[in-house]
Design a protein around this ligand. Structure first.
Ligand code: G4P
Length: 533
């Protein structure tokens, strides 16, 4: 194997996702603890915005600081280099999470056993399905009185629309929770509530029929476990790793992150089954990670915390070849060569300048305003990575300038903030009115605050009667032009000058779809790159 191939084989890059409060932060921290990247619990700060803190700007600033630090956490374990990409739990930052999911090779989804599948879980899973991302499910909080595990598995299958296969199995739940049986290895992990230590009591059970099992967990629970395992084998069949890699089956683990329980099983199984980085589609061809020439894309941009310096950190996901410090690379969208003197790598609690990066790695690049989310860097070839979509926003407001003397600052600020992906910007003619679309209320406050503090521009947001924005295309250019002309004020343009239909309601959108069969309405911008080839 070449050095490049060895480096690729070592890397596992994944994201942890959950509905807020299911235990994502706790599990992340415990994985770092078990992985030896941190020594004490509590070292990873919660990046949650506290409930009810939507207008607390200090909280937003604090959040921004923490989320840079925990955006990527890297540690070495079992000969592997593991990169965890953090995703904001707050639903108003959902789009940030969706985009981070474009940079991972697999996902661990955390479920609260009491609450089951929640709204945000379903939406995140939809994005994983769209991208065929392999998913491992961790059912957390088994120390609480949750649902019957079989019912929970049914709920997972139904709501997440994926087949599941338990790889560990709980013995009771809540107050009576005794531990999990590792179906993969045939061993018993006995539970003791322990928030500080990471010791485990594991007993190998060669044969479930053995009386040793009764000794360990009592006759009644042993009988129940035997029955459950028989049922699991009958209903779910053998675990098929290939089906997991193809995102058809999600293996399920049970545990309690806060009690350090079930985390080691999860981490060990993850190392055994999770995929290294694979090929990626571009608008021209498929790129293999083993190709000698470097390529990668920007999936996240973070503004510098110091408002005096407007530089930003662009997160680059390496897709092929070796990225080298100080080497010139081709910025495909700008047709320009750029190089980076201080690319850095994120370790659990620090960041270090690196000389090189390999496929699977995420590097931080200082940017002075050249990058937009989705940008591709190559060693000269012209192609653009696909699958870094924008989603149709859910809230729309008109941006109104409150200080005519500062219109340049406002313009620059809103352009840069929307490049960062904080929100989407649409322009409406005549008058070049600016419509800002977001997925959450909080973004409007963030934009207003940042425009004022970083760009010195004051603005107001006026509500607009818009419920949906759909990108529109048609194979028949004349029909598209005619539709755009007819709809007049209901057509806006995104930053790349693609036409967007603004619908007042879902009903209005459906009517337009029905009455205009030659026009395609898209709720994500995924089509864009394809349309430009
Ligand atoms: P999130 O990132 O998904 O939003 O969740 P987070 O890890 O912050 O966990 C949410 C709450 O659930 C925390 O309690 C955390 O301690 C608790 N928790 C996590 N894992 C378990 C578990 O296995 N069992 C039980 N019973 N609770 C668990 P909190 O009160 O919100 O915060 P804290 O004061 O404990 O930090």
């Amino acid at each position: 194997m070449s050095n490049l191939e060895l480096e690729i084989a070592k890397r596992r890059t994944f994201g942890i996702i959950s509905h807020p409060d299911a235990g994502k932060t706790t599990l992340t921290e415990k994985l770092l603890l078990f992985g030896g990247a941190i020594q004490t619990a509590g070292a990873v700060k919660s990046n949650k915005i506290k409930k009810g803190a939507t207008s607390d700007f200090m909280e937003i600033e604090r959040q921004r600081g923490i989320s840079v630090a925990t955006s990527v956490m890297t540690f070495e374990y079992d000969g592997l280099k593991i990169n965890i990409l953090d995703t904001p739990g707050h639903k108003d930052f959902a789009e940030d999470t969706y985009r981070t999911l474009t940079a991972v090779d697999s996902v661990i989804l955390v479920i609260d056993c009491v609450k089951g599948v929640e709204e945000q879980t379903e939406r995140l899973m939809e994005v994983c399905r769209m991208r065929n991302t392999p998913v491992i499910i961790f059912v957390n909080k088994m120390d609480r009185e949750g649902q019957n595990p079989f019912d929970l598995l049914d709920e997972l299958e139904q709501k997440l629309k994926i087949s599941v296969r338990p790889l560990s199995w709980p013995i009771n739940i809540g107050m009576k929770f005794k531990g999990v049986y590792n179906l993969y290895e045939g061993s018993l992990n006995l539970f003791s509530a322990n928030k500080t230590k990471i010791e485990r009591e594991v007993v190998a059970i060669e044969d479930l029929a053995s009386p040793q099992l009764d000794k360990q967990i009592g006759e009644r629970d042993a009988a129940q476990l035997r029955e459950d395992v028989e049922l699991i084998d009958g209903v779910y069949g053998e675990f098929d790793r290939q089906a997991y890699l193809e995102a058809r089956v999600a293996p399920v683990f049970f545990g309690s992150a806060v009690n350090n329980f079930g985390v080691q099983e999860l981490l060990d199984a993850f190392c055994r089954i999770a995929p290294p980085t694979g090929e990626r589609a571009t608008d021209v061809r498929v790129v293999e990670p083993e190709e000698k020439k470097f390529s990668g894309f920007i999936f996240k941009i973070h503004a510098n915390l110091d408002p005096k310096h407007r530089d930003r950190i662009a997160f680059l996901r390496v897709c092929s070849g070796t990225f080298e410090r100080n080497k010139f690379y081709h910025h495909v969208r700008l047709h320009k060569d750029v190089r980076f003197a201080n690319p850095y790598n994120f370790m659990a609690q620090s960041k270090d300048v690196v000389e090189e990066g390999f496929p699977g790695d995420v590097l931080g690049l200082y940017d002075t305003g050249h990058f937009k989310i989705g940008d591709t860097l190559t060693e000269g070839e012209d192609f653009l990575f696909q699958g870094i979509p924008s989603f149709s926003p859910e809230l729309f407001r008109e941006l109104v300038n409150l200080d005519p003397m500062k219109s340049k600052q406002l313009e620059k600020g809103i352009q840069q903030l929307t490049d960062e992906g904080v929100a989407q910007l649409f322009s409406l003619q005549p008058g070049n009115r600016k419509i800002v679309g977001t997925v959450g209320e909080l973004q409007f406050e963030v934009i207003q605050y940042r425009l004022e503090h970083e760009y010195g521009a004051k603005c107001r947001f006026d509500t607009m009667p818009i419920a949906r924005a759909c990108w529109i295309t048609s194979d028949d250019k004349t029909k598209l032009a005619e539709y755009i002309r007819l709809k007049g004020m209901q057509i806006a343009y995104d930053k790349d000058q693609h036409p967007v239909f603004l619908a007042e309601s879902d009903w209005m959108l459906r009517m337009n779809q029905q009455n205009n069969p030659d026009i395609q309405f898209h709720l994500t911008s995924e089509f864009k790159l394809a349309a430009e080839v």
